[in-house]
Design a protein. Structure first.
Lengths: 125, 493, 295
């Protein structure tokens, strides 16, 4: 164990959230809850990144009064990465929801196991 | 900098722009545009490859006006050029061969959207091969995931859609882990560029205190990539997805999409960590065991399967096992074997899938073996291609698959601790491969009370299969040259 | 214990036929003494108990996976550099140049905008294509087979007077606010993605307040496709030009303007507009494909 578990409380929280989201996406049989798990997982990563950019007592990275000093602003890179990540997760969520809607129309259930059983039966025919 | 150095950037942009343009075209025109764009990219990749063979070197290419740690950049040497050429060739040929199936399986109003996805898929593969920045890799991994899923679900029946959702969920788990490991690396080292990470990583590793977190991070990344490329315990999604998609999609998915992630993983090991750290990593042992199990269990699953496409898909699981075993030896001979195996498998598996698709077409779109009896007489070119592909996969001398297995066993000699396991698994897996491929050949060539009237193939199918057969035979005869390119290229990877 | 021993003994004697007593559930199985082979018993078990058994497996496996993963990740976190410390490795020469030279080199007051649209533009270029991929994927799945106007109208929102009146006053403000955010992306917080999301939301509100027929007069599938196509192609051309000149060490010849003015910072403003249009169209087409199966 390293020394910084408690001082990194944001990161600790985000990792717990990541674990919850990952497990929900992995093992929850209900498809909608799987998507919720996906979003929890992604948000945890953004929380982590946002925490990484923060530096005590500094401003958001928008130049004020022409001051361009390293000491004045927080790190802009994680903010940019979060922006990219959010767009990616919106896209992925949209695609998975549309797949789920289509599956629901086909099999009238949201339970992954039932869907697989029905699809396998169809494949046997 | 020679003008040729612009070509990788051109390839990425041409494929993206033609993807965007395809959304406005009709299905037929989208196909034409796709063929033109892919041929242009193939020509550019090949000329870059020949240039690189003449003067092996490593070129970094700035994406924008700012040099590397500030801007994005792509970097390439002989290996990247070789892999890009193989990918463009396979993509072009399998799309031409599968054209008939694409137009009959997919609703006509959606054909152009299918080609949009194919173009974006190819662009993301190029980007994964060439990129030198981990976050760029993440963005293109996501494009790759979404477009690969779309390529599967384009057939729009219950089976493909339920297969797609399994595929999508596994891929998303994988990319989540990949993203997490990237930002952990960023936090520890302060960089996203592969070269800079390597410097800080070497410092942290030498420090000694950070070995545990680095091992965990690399483990997360490896597990993420393994999920996306169907390594053994995560392989369950592969067979339904590849078995139910349209022929061209199955070829592209098994030949290229799985490989894109592995190339990225190899780059991470080779370029970001370096062989010294990789040799000490415990994570590789896990990959090694999974690879060995995959080699055997994939083949066993294939034996139990009576659906021809799903059988070929399970064979891919076994082949992924070979590649991961090569990587996890942790020596440069191991990486050589893995990269060569990637190329061989990328050339052979799409041919097998196209052959299976052609034989199924000749048997009234049936895929089970009892319905495929005598299919090789109805579709002779597909039968020949299936035999060549099977012999190569089994590893008969004078075929490319033999070279792949040969180099894997040579690589095993460099790691005495793992040598006997590899050789034993190779032997078992080869026998198992022979069992199901020879059974399949026997089925499609059985003459007993079956209809043997010739099926008329579309012209595009014959062209595609002819090119595939010639390319595979050539690869089997001249694989030594390819290995030489990889050997020089590994110095510049 | 003794029952298990008996069963084992029977099994060892080769007695595979097991007599089952089903007193608990007499309604389903009228014959209380039923001679079942092992396979039949398995089938019965599979039908009756397997689902709950696997549910239990799921729950215990989930708890196990979750706790293991969290444990592993927390070990890693404990090694990470401390929170909010200016001397962390992430605050290195990369972010230093973005902050100190960003204004001068990109002309953008908003350093994050300058970073994602100029320094690391390739990532952002890929990101807009992720959106495009998703929009195409959703269209591939959700578009209806036949265009049925009557059926679509049946599900069209009722013209609720409250929603309609509120929307009448809100939508203009929303649109203007969205446009403002897009246009000021390089000099204040905001940019193409956030502004585009707001404009998309206003279109969605319009559609649900006034019904599908009214919005289809303005925004058709062709229109959405064309706007996306033109924006993405312009984006590709502009960035292609700047990548090509940058890599070949040619001057780009695009003036950066005076920092802080609307017309400044070179390509960032037109790119923000393109991204804004793409996001607007994508958000609206997600909504309309999900609700009515066509744009």
């Amino acid at each position: 164990m390293g020394p910084n578990l408690l001082s990194n409380y944001f990161e600790t929280a985000s990792m717990i959230l990541f674990g919850i989201g990952f497990t929900t996406l992995f093992l929850q049989p209900n498809l909608i809850k799987k998507v919720i798990g996906l979003n929890i997982m992604d948000s945890a990563v953004y929380l982590f990144l946002a925490a990484k950019g923060y530096i005590d007592g500094r401003l958001a990275p928008i130049v004020v009064n022409g001051v361009t000093d390293m000491e004045a602003y927080i790190n802009p890179i994680p903010s940019g990465l979060v922006l990219t990540g959010i767009v990616v997760s919106v896209s992925v969520t949209a695609v998975s929801l549309s797949l789920i809607q289509k599956l629901y129309k086909e099999y009238h259930t949201l339970d992954m196991d039932e869907i697989l059983t029905k699809a396998n039966k169809e494949a046997e025919r | 900098m020679p003008f040729l150095a612009n070509f990788p950037f051109f390839c990425i942009f041409i494929m993206m722009a033609s993807g965007v343009t395809s959304s406005m075209l009709s299905g037929k025109n989208a196909f034409r545009l796709n063929v033109i764009a892919l041929s242009a990219c193939l020509a550019m990749s090949l000329s870059l490859l020949f240039y690189m063979i003449g003067q092996p070197q490593r070129i970094t290419y700035m994406m924008g006006h700012f040099p590397a740690p500030w801007g994005n950049e792509i970097r390439f040497g002989p290996v990247e050029a070789l892999i890009a050429s193989v990918f463009s060739f396979v993509m072009l040929t399998s799309l031409v061969a599968g054209k008939g199936d694409i137009f009959s399986d997919i609703a006509s109003r959606n054909v152009n959207l299918f080609y949009v996805m194919i173009n974006l898929l190819m662009a993301s593969l190029y980007a994964l091969v060439y990129t030198n920045d981990l976050f760029t890799a993440y963005v293109f991994v996501e494009i790759n995931t979404l477009s690969a899923c779309a390529v599967v679900m384009a057939k729009e029946n219950g089976q493909t859609i339920s297969a797609t959702i399994r595929y999508l969920i596994m891929s998303l788990l994988g990319s989540g882990m990949f993203l997490l490991s990237i930002i952990l690396i960023y936090d520890l080292t302060g960089h996203l560029l592969m070269v800079n990470i390597r410097e800080s990583m070497a410092r942290l590793w030498a420090d000694g205190r950070y070995r545990l977190p680095i091992t965990i991070i690399v483990g997360l990344m490896s597990v993420g990539m393994a999920m996306k490329s169907a390594l053994f315990p995560f392989h369950t999604w592969l067979s339904p997805a590849h078995g139910s998609a349209t022929t061209a999609s199955s070829s592209v998915l098994s030949g290229l999409v799985l490989k894109g992630y592995i190339i990225l993983l190899i780059k991470v090991y080779y370029r970001v960590l370096g062989l010294e750290i990789v040799a000490d990593l415990k994570v590789l042992n896990v990959l090694f065991v999974c690879g060995l199990l995959g080699m055997i269990i994939g083949s066993l699953d294939a034996i139990g399967e009576d659906h021809i496409k799903r059988m070929i898909a399970y064979s891919s699981v076994a082949q992924m096992g070979y590649i991961y075993v090569g990587i996890s030896l942790g020596t440069s001979a191991g990486f050589l074997a893995a990269i060569f195996h990637i190329i061989v498998h990328a050339m052979t598996k799409p041919m097998l899938f196209s052959a299976a698709g052609g034989m199924a077409d000749a048997s009234g779109h049936k895929y089970h073996f009892d319905e495929l009896k005598g299919a090789a007489y109805r579709n002779p070119i597909a039968g020949v291609a299936f035999i060549i592909g099977s012999l190569s996969m089994i590893g008969i001398p004078f075929f490319a698959g033999f070279g792949a297995k040969f180099y894997l066993s040579l690589a095993a000699m460099t790691n005495p601790g793992k040598m006997w396991f590899v050789l034993f698994a190779l032997a078992v897996s080869t026998v198992l491969n022979a069992v199901y491929y020879i059974r399949a050949i026997g089925m499609i060539y059985s003459k007993k009370d079956v209809d043997v009237t010739r099926h008329k193939n579309p012209l595009s199918y014959n062209i595609g299969m002819g090119v595939f057969i010639v390319a595979n035979v050539m690869l089997g005869l001249f694989y030594q040259n390819i290995v030489d390119i990889i050997q020089t290229g590994l110095k510049f990877l | 214990m003794s029952r298990i021993k008996d069963a084992l003994k029977k099994f060892a004697d080769g007695d595979f036929i097991i007599t089952t007593k089903r007193k608990k559930n007499p309604r389903r199985r009228p014959s209380t003494h039923h001679e079942a082979t092992l396979k039949e018993r398995y089938v019965v078990w599979h039908e009756e108990k397997a689902r709950s058994f696997f549910k239990g497996m799921y729950i215990s496996a989930s708890v196990f996976v979750c706790l293991t993963l969290i444990g592993i990740l927390l070990i890693t976190v404990s090694f990470l550099p401390p929170f909010g410390n200016p001397s962390n490795p992430v605050n290195n020469e990369v972010s230093e140049r973005y902050i100190e030279k960003g204004l001068e080199e990109t002309g953008a007051v908003n350093i994050v905008s300058g970073m994602i649209l100029d320094y690391r533009a390739f990532d952002t270029f890929g990101e807009s294509h992720v959106l495009f991929t998703a929009a195409t994927g959703v269209m591939l799945l959700m578009r209806k087979k036949k265009k049925g106007k009557e059926e679509t109208d049946k599900f069209s929102p009722r013209r609720d007077p409250i929603v309609k009146n509120v929307a009448k006053y809100i939508i203009p403000f929303l649109l203007v606010f969205g446009i403002y955010i897009v246009l000021n992306g390089h000099i204040s917080p905001g940019g193409g993605f956030s502004g585009g999301a707001i404009m998309g939301a206003s279109l969605i509100l319009y559609s649900s307040a006034y019904g599908y027929r009214k919005i289809n007069k303005i925004i058709t599938e062709k229109f959405v496709k064309r706007v996306t196509f033109v924006s993405l192609l312009f984006y590709a051309c502009a960035k292609g030009y700047s990548f090509f000149t940058g890599a070949n060490h040619l001057p780009s010849g695009i003036p950066l303007g005076e920092p802080g003015a609307i017309l400044s910072s070179g390509l960032i403003l037109p790119l923000n507009i393109c991204v804004g249009l793409i996001v607007t169209c994508t958000m609206y087409s997600f909504y309309s494909l999900f609700t009515k199966g066509e744009i």
